[in-house]
Design a binder for this molecule. Structure first.
Ligand code: IVH
Length: 674
């Protein structure tokens, strides 16, 4: 390519990459796949390598990410948070090794770590004298956003370091991510609400952490893996081999699949292993990171402005493919929601044959401009149902047909209804047989009572045979009629009945999740169960009481009220209890926890967590909380600027704890659960 041509192409690439980086990092709404972005970025790097004199200071290659969002305070990184160079093939790993060897003065034998590349959001966490004081995003590498309040809601981020010997100041770095299951659930809810969907777990994690309201973040079950420290000199470790166990001993979650390798051949083996098991993991990984283990070697190799020379990210091949969408089916869910599903001509994606893919809702179809007969781009992401990303409009022949949304329920022919402002079209017939079937499947399934032997296929079979028409029928199953089913027999019948019997002993959280109330998933069900303990209390709870539960918002409260106001639902619950369903009076933690019998009252501000979070911790450990001083209170926790409650507590002879004493108490109560 001639220089002038290169100059033009570079300018175009930069504009395009800037635009996509902005959409990706700032708006959390990318319009191209990661694979396409990587390809453009590589083209830029290659061209810049060919014409180094054309590198400009504002080229995307010269900076590490997007601009910080203006809504959060800025947080400067004392040492820049770098990105990684990507490779895509074993030959490139050999090139990497060669580059490393050439740069190394000393002839020491290098060792490596091979780490899963977690598909989340990079964060830095600062600890001062063992306390978590500030957390931030990477931002542009030098300055990120201060998201301390949100990071405190991430359950496995330690708020205080374990162990007696903690450094005065420690900056750790790692990845915040959302599990595949929670990602799918979050998108399902967003589809139902008509909100734009997150493209992948990373964007979902980013979107969750960038909430100005930490309550929203708290309701999203984010997790964290540590993968390094800003300045290794802060700790008594000379290599990653020592660092990871040390970080674990300080209380940080370290990924169990990190492997120490004596050679890059070993790392290559691990890459293939990770690629094989990635779909069984509960979180998304998009490759493997290889790092020189020794800190001395890292220092000797140094970094460019963009990335360290001692590490490289070996990405997995994109799990996307083209397929012809031959039709669209409309499926009915347990809430009556009608969900469009793409029927595809079978296509292999990442070793699996895909025949159907999610289309989410009517608005998504319109936004993507899809038509029947289109060649579409399909992505498979872990356990999540494959998804149609977009049509390849340049492949159109003119034979494509518009997708027509039904106006009547495909199961019961009732008119479908789409409420104003919602994205979901519903069948509102409570007796619709298809909905009823889905409710039974949900109730017995993994997210519900998890009755072994009563998966979707068997529920359908029992329904067809007339043995089950509604949820209570599960507890009225008859051995003889079961045994008489085609392919069954006495043994299978007994086995199922035993599983049903076992499922009768349940908890409030499980039952709530099993009922399939809108917006009430497992996490919300647990929050409700911890607060209300007794189902009758929950059924009677008013809006205010519901909203007082941390993590319960207006929509969920409304859905609960609506559900329990419906006589049919009240009857369902009464019937289940009659049939022997036993809801254990209280959750494990609430009844017998280490803080059982203690009542905590908080006053003033805590430095290490919000008051809501402190209360949540107490409740998780079986303690109770109070909002005003009374004789019932056993412990007063006084933060900074504690007010009159402290004086009153002293008058009542109630023990007062300062923050550190409180944290120590929590730690003693739950030594490995910070
Ligand atoms: S090391 C200077 N290790 O990948 C080294 N990064 O593409 C910087 N990531 O910004 C990162 N898992 O957000 C490292 N085990 C791992 C990682 C990891 C995921 C992310 C991280 C980084 C990005 C670079």
């Amino acid at each position: 390519m001639r220089r002038q041509q290169a100059e033009q192409r570079l300018a175009a690439l930069r504009t395009e990459l800037h635009e996509h980086a902005h959409r990706y990092y700032v708006l959390d709404a990318p319009i191209i796949s990661d694979a396409e972005y990587d390809r453009l970025f590589r083209e830029l790097l290659d061209l810049e390598a060919q014409f180094p004199e054309l590198v400009t200071s504002d080229s995307p290659s010269q900076r590490v990410g997007g601009e910080p969002l203006p809504a959060f305070a800025e947080a400067a990184h004392a040492l820049p948070m770098l990105s990684l160079d990507n490779i895509f093939a074993a030959e490139e790993l050999a090139d990497f090794e060669e580059r490393v060897r050439r740069r190394m003065q000393s002839s020491v034998q290098l060792t490596w770590t091979a780490e899963p590349k977690i598909d989340g959001l990079a964060v830095e966490l600062i600890y001062e004298n063992g306390l978590f004081v500030e957390g931030s995003t990477r931002g542009n590498g030098l300055v990120g956003e201060n998201i301390t309040a949100n990071l405190r809601t991430v359950r496995n981020i330690p708020l205080r370091l374990h162990g007696a010997e903690v450094p005065e100041r420690l900056a750790v770095r790692g990845e915040v991510y959302l599990s595949k299951k929670d990602f799918a659930e979050l998108n399902r809810q967003r589809a139902e609400q008509g909100e734009p969907l997150f493209a992948n777990p990373r964007n979902a994690a980013a979107g969750s952490l960038r909430q100005l309201d930490p309550k929203i973040t708290a309701a999203r079950p984010l997790s964290f893996f540590v993968y390094g420290v800003a300045d290794p000199a802060a700790l008594p470790c000379s290599s990653l081999t020592e660092l990871f166990p040390h970080l674990r001993s300080l209380g940080f979650p370290v990924n169990p699949l990190i492997k120490f390798c004596r050679s890059l051949a070993e790392a290559e083996e691990h890459y293939h292993h990770l690629q094989q098991i990635r779909h069984e993991l509960d979180y998304e990984i998009d490759g493997m990171v290889i790092k020189a283990a020794s800190f001395a070697a890292q220092e000797e190799l140094g970094s460019t402005a963009r990335a360290p020379r001692w590490a490289v990210a070996w990405k997995f091949p994109a799990e996307e493919a083209e397929a012809v969408m031959s039709g669209v089916e409309f499926q009915l869910g347990r809430t009556g929601a009608v969900t469009p599903v793409a029927v595809l001509e079978p296509v292999r994606i990442g070793g699996v044959v895909v025949r159907r893919a999610a289309l989410h809702n009517q608005d998504e179809i319109r936004r993507k401009g899809l038509m029947i007969g289109d060649t579409v781009l399909v992505r498979r992401a872990g356990d999540v149902i494959p998804e149609v990303l977009r049509p390849l409009t340049e492949r159109r022949t003119g034979q494509e047909q518009a997708i027509v949304f039904p106006t009547e329920c495909p199961a019961c022919n009732n008119a479908l209804h789409r409420p104003e402002g919602e994205a979901v079209t519903r069948c509102r017939n409570p007796h619709c047989p298809a909905q009823r079937l889905q409710r039974i499947i949900w109730f017995a399934g993994k997210s519900g009572l998890d009755i072994e032997g009563l998966g979707p296929k068997n529920v359908e079979k029992l329904a067809e045979a007339g043995l089950i028409a509604d949820i209570p029928d599960i507890f009225r199953l008859d051995k003889e009629r079961l045994a008489a089913l085609d392919g069954w027999g006495e043994k299978s019948a007994e086995k199922l009945l035993a599983a049903v019997e076992q499922a009768k002993q349940t908890t409030l959280a499980k039952l709530l999740a099993a009922l399939g109330i809108r917006h009430v998933g497992e996490t919300t069900a647990e929050l409700l169960a911890a607060r209300f303990v007794d189902i009758n209390k929950l059924m009677q709870a008013g809006e205010e009481q519901l909203l007082a539960v941390d993590g319960i918002g207006g929509q969920t409260a409304a859905a609960l009220r609506e559900y329990f106001a419906d006589p049919a639902n009240r009857e369902l619950i009464a019937r289940l209890l009659e049939l022997g369903l036993t809801v254990q009076a209280a959750e494990k933690t609430a009844s017998g926890g280490p803080l059982a019998g203690m009542v905590f009252l908080f006053t003033g501000t805590l430095a290490s967590m919000s008051r809501a979070e402190a209360e949540e911790r107490v409740r998780q450990l079986g303690g109770a909380t109070a909002s005003s001083i009374s004789k019932k209170v056993t412990h007063l926790v006084a933060g900074e600027k504690a007010g009159s409650k402290l004086k009153k507590a002293a008058e009542l002879g109630i023990a007062a704890l300062n923050e550190l004493e409180f944290l120590r108490l929590l730690e003693t109560a739950a030594p490995d659960k910070k």
